[in-house]
Design a protein around this ligand. Structure first.
Ligand SMILES: [Zn+2]
Length: 353
């Protein structure tokens, strides 16, 4: 007999004791079940239609009618707990079975699958490295529109209407007065018009020109523009800053050489050469034996450009330069054809990473 009679009725406390004992025995039985068949046997023995819990339910009939609903609730709650124990044991068995299966089927000594990791494009890296160099020196990095007005792209930069660059042959016009910017220089004027001096900015971005694609040209290319305007600024500062930039990018042996040139927006103007990193100046195929490579243009900001921007050329002076990230990447990696950088062959890019 499960429940001892007590004055002809069975107390709730005895029911609780019985359920407690049942729980303990079920837990023990589950611990010895090592496969699903044994586990199912345990479940049936305790929770099945003819299992122990059914006997407990039947005993409700021996309780005084007033206590039966409470006893029913207690048994239902106990059953929920018991079923959870069985489910947990079943899950543990399933995990153990999976582990055993994995141990049988996986050869941990087998070489893994190599996953290709991405890397920054050489042009992106050149831009980020150059901008980081200037940011460390207090320059702000600003970007601007790739669609520009004729005013900011040409007029404000002292590029007269009869300049060859103004003719549609060299520029992509969207409609009269509006074009794809041919350089990042419009941001010089835009920044100066927005802020009073001193100004120290670099402008990385894309520029567009109607060039046929060949080993040296592409109709879309990148520029990094630099501008420093403050009282007393002179070319010596520019040479120092650019020497530092190229040493940062190419190595400590780099020197800078200015060659007189002409740009409408600077006066005086200079082409910028730096030591050929391929031969460190002794002459090689990359530099055509000169020991120098051309890497950008520069000069002192033309007084007319300062005036147009609302600055007084009598109180402030400034320099500006532009270098090509593609050129930097080509020099860094010994590439002699710019198309390599735009074709984006993953095998080639992986070599340059
Ligand atoms: Zn060389």
């Amino acid at each position: 007999m499960l429940f001892p009679a007590h004055d002809g009725a069975f107390p709730i406390s005895a029911l609780n004791e019985q359920l407690q004992s049942l729980t303990e025995r079920l837990t023990k039985a589950l611990a010895t079940a090592t496969d699903t068949t044994t586990l199912e046997d345990v479940r049936v023995r305790f929770l099945g239609r003819s299992g122990e819990i059914t006997l407990v339910r039947r005993s409700i009939g021996t309780l005084p009618p007033g206590e039966r609903p409470q006893a029913g609730k207690i048994i239902n709650a106990a059953v929920t707990g018991l079923e959870a124990l069985v489910d947990a044991a079943a899950r543990a068995l399933a995990f153990r079975a999976l582990d055993a299966e994995l141990e049988r089927s996986i050869d941990v000594t087998f070489p893994g699958t190599a996953r290709a990791t991405g890397s920054l494009h050489p042009v992106r890296r050149a831009i980020e490295d150059a901008c980081a160099y200037f940011e460390r020196r207090g320059f702000a990095v600003v970007t601007g529109n790739e669609i520009e007005t004729e005013y900011f792209n040409f007029d404000a930069l002292n590029i007269p209407p009869d300049h060859p660059a103004r003719e549609g042959l060299d520029s992509f016009y969207l409609r009269p007065g509006l074009l794809m910017r041919t350089h990042t220089s419009p941001m010089q004027v835009r920044t100066m018009q927005a802020y009073p001096p001193p100004i120290a900015i670099v402008v990385p971005g894309k520029a567009y020109r109607r060039d046929a694609i060949d080993a040296r040209h592409s109709p879309v290319f990148h520029q990094i523009e630099g501008l420093l305007v403050a009282p007393g600024i002179h070319l010596g500062h520019l040479k120092g800053v650019l020497t530092g930039l190229f040493r940062d990018l190419f190595g400590p042996q780099q020197a800078v050489r200015f060659r007189p040139s002409y740009f409408p927006f600077t006066e005086p103007s200079a082409e910028v050469d730096t030591t050929c990193p391929g031969c460190h100046g002794s002459g090689c195929k990359t530099c055509s034996g000169s020991g120098w490579i051309e890497i950008g243009g520069s000069g002192m900001v033309h007084p007319d450009v300062l005036r147009e921007a609302g600055y007084d050329p009598q109180t402030v002076t400034g320099w500006a330069f532009g270098v090509g990230p593609e050129r930097i990447a080509m020099v860094r990696h010994g590439i002699d054809d710019i198309r390599v950088l735009f074709e984006n062959d993953p095998r080639v890019l992986a070599e340059l990473a």
